[in-house]
Write a protein that binds this ligand. Structure first.
Ligand SMILES: Cc1cc2nc3c(=O)[nH]c(=O)nc-3n(C[C@H](O)[C@H](O)[C@H](O)COP(=O)(O)OP(=O)(O)OC[C@H]3O[C@@H](n4cnc5c(N)ncnc54)[C@H](O)[C@@H]3O)c2cc1C
Length: 392
């Protein structure tokens, strides 16, 4: 089949899915709507997301775009991206929380044993469980390859039935709510850097794990420090090969930089439309909103192209750093527009609407940090795409 025919079929598949999904969402609007005034507490946001996942799973919508070996219904992964974006655009689930599925489920599908993936992925999709991503450490965020949280075999590495984990992670989103963690550990010497890292899938109720939530500037406790003291993990929980953890970590990038961004962009459009409804009708407001809209629109076009390249089997690489910079800039421009056009609302308005703007405005500062900082992305663009000097 020609490339154009494939692309046309894919677009038709997505359009058909979208039509069915939206008429179903319209019919179930009252059942799915949050039972609190946004932003709500993090507890409320998470309960809402898990409830929505459970209803959508029972109605099969959460199964499209996932392979049959994890009880999915198959089809293009773009279908699940469409679902996430639709939920974000309707305010039914926070895109940042919801898109953790995209970061973690593909890792289990690609690197866990088929039995383990078949057991646990449906639990994540159906809202029965939450998982977290234990990568960053106090001295290794951007420089992830320098991580030091150790996993040591109980005996010879090749025959060990268990591994013992010791060390610390930090900024682990939703660790205190999570049932499991995709954890990167050091199994070789620190000199080996990329080659001496191994990934494990760890149950968060294993003895020896301590979670200490951290308060963010917006008052939420979204992430946490996680301490591991002689935590025993069965060898079957190793994801991928021994010392092959860097490949596991890198495999997350294409999903993080495509579907997750698409969901975030859908949500930002929704918020910009809400701003348009209450902003003054003057030239200055038109310019400020126009600027935010132009940025959102460009990153949307860029992100769509990235997703289609991924769906066609392309390997995503350094060029997704452009998507990351664009989406973070668009997010910050959107919330700056709120602050500029609704004077005092972000700073002082304690109504539910004011609190929602404030919470999100403050959170937007993190957009240039999580998932790779803006400075590091710009270095990648300069060095690897524009050939402006070698990597250090
Ligand atoms: C809201 C939020 C949620 C997060 N969730 C998770 C999670 O669930 N799991 C997880 O593992 N991590 C998570 N993180 C951590 C995130 O991945 C790191 O914060 C990020 O990678 C940056 O690492 P760092 O904080 O150690 O900063 P550092 O790497 O120490 O960077 C500090 C500053 O130095 C700059 N810098 C560093 N290296 C260079 C360089 N080579 N050239 C130029 N400038 C440089 C950076 O741009 C930054 O401004 C989250 C972070 C946030 C904000």
């Amino acid at each position: 089949m020609g490339q154009k025919t494939c692309a046309r079929r894919l677009l038709m598949e997505i359009a058909e899915f979208r039509t069915g999904l939206h008429s179903w969402l319209d019919a179930h609007e009252s059942e799915l709507a949050p039972t609190f005034s946004p932003p709500g507490t993090l507890d409320e946001q998470i309960a809402q997301m898990q409830r929505v996942k459970s209803i959508l799973y029972d109605a099969d919508w959460m199964k499209y775009g996932w392979p049959e070996r994890v009880a999915g219904l198959g089809g293009s992964p773009l279908l699940r991206t469409e679902l996430g974006a639709s939920l974000a655009a309707r305010g039914l689930a926070d895109p940042g929380l919801f898109s953790l599925i995209e970061v973690l489920a593909p890792t289990l599908i690609d690197f866990a044993s088929p039995e383990l993936a078949a057991e646990v992925v449906p639990r994540l999709l159906s809202g029965a469980e939450l998982w977290c991503q234990g990568f960053s450490e106090p001295s290794t965020g951007s420089d992830l390859a320098g991580l030091t949280c150790r996993a040591d075999p109980d005996g010879e590495a090749s025959t060990a039935s268990t591994w013992i984990i010791n060390g610390q992670k930090v900024w682990t989103s939703l660790a205190q709510y999570s049932d499991r963690c995709v954890l990167l550990t050091r199994t070789g010497t620190t000199d080996s850097r990329h080659r001496g890292i191994t990934a494990f899938f760890v149950d968060m109720d294993t003895p020896g794990i301590t979670v200490a939530p951290i308060e963010m500037i917006n008052g939420m406790h979204e992430f946490a420090e996680v301490f591991f003291d002689d935590v025993v993990v069965p060898a079957e929980r190793m994801l991928g090969d021994l010392h092959g953890g860097w490949g596991v970590a890198m495999s997350i990038l294409p999903y993080e930089r495509s579907s997750c961004f698409w969901q975030r962009i859908a949500y930002l459009y929704r918020r910009l439309e809400m701003l348009v409804e209450v902003a003054p009708a003057d030239d200055r407001a038109a310019r400020v909103i126009g600027d935010a809209y132009a940025q959102l629109h460009s990153v949307r076009a860029r992100s769509r192209a990235t997703q289609h390249r991924l769906a066609e089997g392309a390997t995503l690489g350094a060029e997704t750093s452009i998507d990351k910079v664009l989406v973070a800039t668009a997010e910050q421009t959107t919330y700056d527009a709120v602050r500029r056009l609704l004077p005092g609302v972000v700073e002082m308005d304690d109504t539910a609407i004011g609190q929602a703007w404030r919470t999100e405005y403050l959170y937007s500062g993190a957009a240039t940090i999580y998932g790779g900082t803006a400075e590091v992305q710009r270095n990648i663009i300069a060095r690897r795409l524009l050939d402006l000097g070698a990597d250090e």
